[in-house]
Design a protein around this ligand. Sequence first.
Ligand code: MLT
Ligand code: MN
Ligand code: ZN
Length: 320
Amino acid sequence: MLLHVLGTAAGGGVPQWNCACPGCSGARAHPTWRRRHASLAVQASDDRWYLINATPDIGDQIEDCPALRPLPVPVPVPVPVRGSVSGPRANSRRTPIAGLILTDAELDHTLGIARLREAGTDGLELLATGSVREALLTGLRLEAVLGPYTPLTWRELSQERSVPLTEDSTVTISAIPVSGKRPRYAVHLPGPEGDTWVVALLLTDRATGAKAVYAPALAAWPDVLQSAVAEADCVIVDGTFWDDEEPRRTGISTRTATGMGHLPIDGPGGTAERLATLRARCLYTHLNNTNPLVDPSAPQYKRLADQGIEVAGDGMVIQL
Ligand code: MLT
Ligand code: MN
Ligand code: ZN
């Protein structure tokens, strides 16, 4: 299984356009601090890839990852056509991107869908839970808005059924429901209750047995998640906030990290103590710009390293 880390920041990115906090200012001064919105590409087969979440940075994320750039145009066989100088036209719009997988309907994970409207008649395939699909259809009116540009095809992402990414892919995917936290725009929408608003993803390569869990938003750590990570080879999880008080201390919210739907990394009940017990390679992603880990020289890196935990970086390639 091959994973490309396309971005590792929480909503807003690092730096965020309207913020001059130490993390954002640091990122303006030191380009190596910069992080794009959290996203991952997973290889389905030779030149077919799925993007996990569609961020506002999706265009740049595709362009910066050679495996995701449009495929070379096959040399057209010249066919003389009477009265015309041109033969068959090559299709130069062949993309290795087979579709999008969504972990939730939050804006930082879905705004990029509209950015791909140039898919045109090829359409876009989206794998999502019913809750996420309904939020996008009724809350963002995604199909009504994008329909005139490109058709959307939906595939159900469920806990019960693990489905191959493409027909010939050895990699299968299933959802691990983690919370009922709705995006703010969907709070009052009708729609299913339950834990399918935010899911973690379980990717399994049937050829090698390798398993990866991707969970960029974790409001809770349910037993189903614990069972999946205990078996996984690689676990990439929500590292939005270092500690529970960070959003209040930095003045970005009146709520704690947990109250904002993100388990903190550090402290009792934090995710680090859970990750430290796993045999998997563990990495944090979806870092908010207030997180001290935005500074690569932060002492918190050593704390994590001592527990065998890494922080994912943009451009990282993970082979399992
Ligand atoms: C989140 O991760 O909690 C959301 O992206 C927050 C938001 O952008 O409103
Ligand atoms: Mn987010
Ligand atoms: Zn900031």
